[in-house]
Design a protein around this ligand. Structure first.
Ligand code: F6P
Length: 352
């Protein structure tokens, strides 16, 4: 099967045709086979096809949101104590529906559900855990501003090494894949399996995510900082002096500010244009606001694969040992230059 796929992919290349996300994953698996001799079973690409299907269903619903009765709140709070929007519920159901039937899934962990949804599959078959935020930034839906889906894939540990719950709480450096979809003027999917960051744009004419940015790299230094400055009075002093320093040209550029309030969209800009995104701890939320498992971890994995840095202000996000599935963390992510300066500011030595 390996040779046949390789021949087909070469033919596709020679005709200068598109590369879809599924083809890209197959190509990556071919590379893995060449470099390590490890044959991929195909279950992983089948799993990712469940994610792309669900996100296409979500995107279709969002595109026509103003025309159907899907805007607004359901009238109940979710596990986060936030008003659940109708589209949150739909997006969560789409993910559960498209992924629950995949044999390789051991557990689905969603921002919208208090407990993981687990499947009674033996560890050999159900070997992946999917953690996701089905619709991030959903307070922006009613005003037609970008929202997104974030996902992280973990491999289940063999039974002798830990329970399914312990597998869910593995640190971020153990992720086998992570990605997000941003529903903006166009719909873009970005993913990594630890071999670079790749971006795809949904071509509505053919209904497929088509490769548009291969091996994405975060610029070493950008010109934007992104933070909810309304919280500044409650931040630790280091963050306040850092943002002032960026504004006043301390890193050789006068930074401008951009804040959408949808993490996926703010992160996507930071990946493409560089700069820094911050959600610091505040007096009211001393552990920060964002979630470790399905917000910070996947985006930190992507940032690092793109040459950037992600910390909670003190340690690398990917090394934090999770203690709960909805655990919060401060989240700072950006280009090398800005992140080095942040580290200095937080340890009391402001660099210029
Ligand atoms: O976690 C949900 C979320 O909407 C993120 O997408 C976004 O970055 C953040 O919250 C915005 O929070 P705030 O409104 O406090 O700035």
């Amino acid at each position: 099967m390996g040779d046949a796929v390789a021949r087909l992919l070469t033919e596709v290349d020679s005709m200068a045709m598109i590369t879809t996300v599924q083809q890209h994953i197959l190509q990556q698996q071919q590379e893995l086979l060449k470099s390590t001799g490890r044959e991929a079973s195909g279950t992983f690409s089948w799993l990712l096809s469940g994610i792309t299907l669900a996100t296409k269903m979500i995107e279709a619903k969002i595109r026509s949101a103003g025309l159907s009765d899907v805007l607004g709140a359901v009238g109940v709070e979710n596990v986060q104590g936030e008003q659940q929007q109708k589209l949150d519920v739909y997006a969560n159901q789409a993910m559960l529906h498209c992924l629950g039937l995949r044999d390789s899934v051991a557990a689905l962990v969603s921002e919208e559900d208090e407990e993981p949804v687990t499947f009674n599959r033996d560890a050999e078959t159900g070997k992946y855990i999917l953690v996701f935020d089905p619709l991030d930034g959903s307070s922006n839906i009613d005003v037609n501003v970008n929202v997104g889906t974030i996902f992280s894939v973990l491999r289940r540990m063999p039974a002798e090494l830990g329970t399914l719950e312990e597998s869910i709480l593995q640190p971020g450096f153990r992720q086998v894949a992570a990605g997000y979809v941003v529903y903006g003027p166009s719909t873009v999917l970005v993913y990594t399996t630890g071999n670079g960051v790749h971006g795809f744009t949904l071509d509505p004419k053919i209904g497929a995510f088509v490769l548009s940015n291969e091996r994405m790299q975060m610029p070493e230094q950008g010109i934007y900082y992104s933070v909810n400055e309304a919280n500044a009075a409650g931040w630790p002093e280091g963050y306040r002096s850092y943002v002032t320093m960026l504004r006043e040209g301390g890193l050789g550029k006068t930074y401008s500010s951009r804040y959408i309030g949808s993490l996926v969209a703010d992160f996507h800009r930071t990946l493409l244009k560089g700069g820094v995104f911050l959600y610091p701890p505040t007096e009211k939320q001393s552990k920060g606001k964002l979630r470790l498992l399905y917000e910070a971890n996947p985006l930190a994995f992507i940032a690092e694969q793109g040459g950037g840095v992600a910390t909670n202000g003190a340690e690398r996000i990917l090394e934090i040992r999770p203690t709960g599935i909805h655990q919060r963390t401060p989240f700072c992510v950006g280009g090398r230059r800005e992140m080095e300066a942040l580290q200095s500011a937080l340890t009391g030595v402001l660099t210029a």
